[in-house]
Design a protein around this ligand. Structure first.
Ligand code: HEC
Length: 101
């Protein structure tokens, strides 16, 4: 019977995993969206604006012109970057309208 419990736990883990990305998506819409929005101080951005590797380099190399440390901590930024990569231009499901244009 033990294998059934193991099975259930594996299934639960598989179901829960996408929540990590949903968190990244929420953070993205809230934190990045506070500046990046229609009529905001910066134009709307979306995961599908760049390929996954470009997102990684953009934040690894600190290319964001505005200091983000006040808006997000390192863990939050990491989770946003994971979300951006998951729905990047070259992903299975490019996300073009997380922040409406
Ligand atoms: C405090 C306001 C603010 C926050 C928060 C913010 N940005 Fe920006 N961002 C800007 C400004 C201002 C620019 C420069 C816009 C320009 O040059 O026209 C910019 C530029 C960018 C660019 C470059 C534009 C391009 O098309 O290459 C990207 C990409 C970007 N931001 C993504 C993000 C992401 C992702 C987040 C969240 C992790 C974020 N920004 C959070 C203000 C912000």
């Amino acid at each position: 019977m033990k294998w059934r419990i193991v099975c259930c736990m594996a299934l639960a883990a598989a179901i829960w995993t996408p929540a990590a990305y949903a968190d990244g998506g929420d953070l993205f819409r809230q934190k990045c969206g506070s500046c990046h929005q229609k009529g905001g101080q910066a134009p709307p951005v979306n995961p599908a604006d760049k390929a996954a590797v470009v997102w990684e380099k953009f934040f690894d190399r600190n290319r964001h012109t505005v200091d983000l440390s006040a808006a997000l901590n390192e863990a939050e930024l990491k989770s946003v970057v994971e979300y951006l990569q998951k729905f990047a231009a070259d992903s299975d499901r490019p996300e073009t309208a997380a922040i409406p244009k």
